[in-house]
Design a protein around this ligand. Structure first.
Ligand SMILES: [Zn+2]
Length: 71
């Protein structure tokens, strides 16, 4: 399950979320101010950028390991 990075357009807070491929961001909220639909910064897999099959399954490309946040 890839981790996506998001940035709130209101308060500028950046955070990470586990998302399944194909999920939209409609249910996401900024953890700081509660603004809905934060901006997705970058994805672990780049759509159309090397995926062999184009279905979003990854096509064999390996995303970088997720960042561990402790605390
Ligand atoms: Zn915010």
């Amino acid at each position: 399950m890839p981790i996506y990075e998001y940035k709130c357009g209101k308060c500028g807070s950046e955070f990470e979320q586990f998302r399944r491929i194909g999920d939209d961001d409609d249910d996401l909220k900024c953890p700081k101010c509660g603004t809905e639909k934060p901006e997705r910064k970058l994805s672990a897999t780049s759509p159309g950028g090397g995926s062999a099959c184009g279905c979003g399954c990854g096509g064999g490309t390996k995303p970088s390991p997720p960042k561990m946040k402790i605390g």
